[in-house]
Design a protein around this ligand. Structure first.
Ligand code: SF4
Length: 51
């Protein structure tokens, strides 16, 4: 099964007017799905990382 977003142009999002980032603010998928691998990577890259 595959899905293609109607706003996607190459790697650019016509809806958000910036690079596609599925599930990010402004995306049609925002709040509907979770992206655990990306969220884990963002948390890892965050300067507020808890140790
Ligand atoms: S960010 Fe969301 S709305 Fe925009 S192109 Fe990507 S999947 Fe579609």
């Amino acid at each position: 099964m595959s899905w293609e977003c109607k706003y996607l142009r190459e790697t650019f999002c016509d809806k958000r007017k910036k690079e596609c980032c599925p599930g990010d603010a402004g995306c049609v998928l925002y709040g509907k799905y979770t992206f655990p691998l990306r969220e884990a990577a963002e948390k890892e890259a965050s300067p507020k990382k808890n140790k």
